[in-house]
Design a protein around this ligand. Structure first.
Ligand SMILES: *Cc1c(COP(=O)(O)O)cnc(C)c1O
Length: 244
């Protein structure tokens, strides 16, 4: 991550980011307008795993307001050097690592068990805080993916919304990898949107269901057109990753 790139390489990555960022913003606003909304209704989360802190800070300086990391260790290694911005955790989370995120992560998007939600709630209460969370749904019912099964979502949303110290904000998903740049994922996005709208209709206590976090580099336009209001974009902003 850090310290691997030469100053020239860092400068080249910053220039790449500048180009990519313009294109991504354009595509987001185009998809938003096509879906009857405005660009301001869609939040862009920059997924910064494997990205050098100098490049992340350049992105923040250029207008990125929200970043997401998916490994606790990697986040902690960058944290001290990061410019101020909103941080969300988006990766698989073990309960014994929750303590590093409380007070740091404005939102934990990848809640995939009641036990994890309870631990986030317990440690938040202990710190006098309330942590925003999303429920991750395994929309493609894939063996390799984390998340609740789609049919469990209403019941789990109800159960989790009752836990002190957390506030349920909505739903997050990583649909199956698509071969055709997102078109075949529209069906998944529609299903996720239905779960999101149904969750809003549940009128859960202590909740504010306003976030559907779906859409990555290859499919964010389609996700927005199917109702997503938060896209998590890595490689389309920072270039292809060599690992992960
Ligand atoms: C890496 C990652 C992303 C971004 O993926 P890209 O395809 O590079 O845009 C989004 N969400 C999660 C949870 C990720 O781990």
């Amino acid at each position: 991550m850090t310290g691997k790139l030469s100053p020239e390489e860092i400068e080249a990555k910053k220039r790449d980011f500048d180009e990519n960022y313009k294109r991504v913003l354009y595509n987001i606003s185009e998809a938003a307008v096509k879906s009857g909304r405005s660009a301001g209704d869609i939040r862009l989360l920059a997924a910064t795993k494997t990205v050098d802190v100098a490049v992340i800070n350049h992105a923040i300086g250029s207008g990125i307001k929200l970043i997401g990391e998916n490994r606790v260790q990697e986040y902690l290694s960058k944290k001290e050097e990061l410019l101020s911005c909103e941080f969300h955790f988006i990766g698989r989370l073990q309960t014994n690592k929750v303590k590093y995120l409380i007070g740091n992560a404005a939102m934990i998007q990848s809640v995939d068990s009641v036990r994890l939600a309870q631990e986030i709630g317990r440690l938040s209460v202990k710190s006098g805080l309330c942590t925003d969370i999303l429920l991750e749904v395994n929309i493609g019912k894939e063996e390799s993916k984390a998340g609740f099964m789609p049919e469990e979502i209403p019941e789990k949303a109800h159960e989790i919304s009752e836990i002190a110290g957390i506030r349920l904000r909505g739903i997050m998903a990583i649909p199956p990898v698509s071969e055709d740049g997102g078109e075949s994922n529209r069906e998944y996005f529609r299903k996720i949107n239905k779960l999101f709208v149904d969750m809003q209709a549940q009128k859960l206590d202590n909740s504010n269901i306003d976030t559907m976090s779906v859409g990555m580099s290859d499919d964010y336009a389609e996700a927005i057109m199917e109702g997503s209001n938060m896209v998590r974009i890595g490689s389309a902003l920072f270039g292809k990753r060599i690992y992960f």
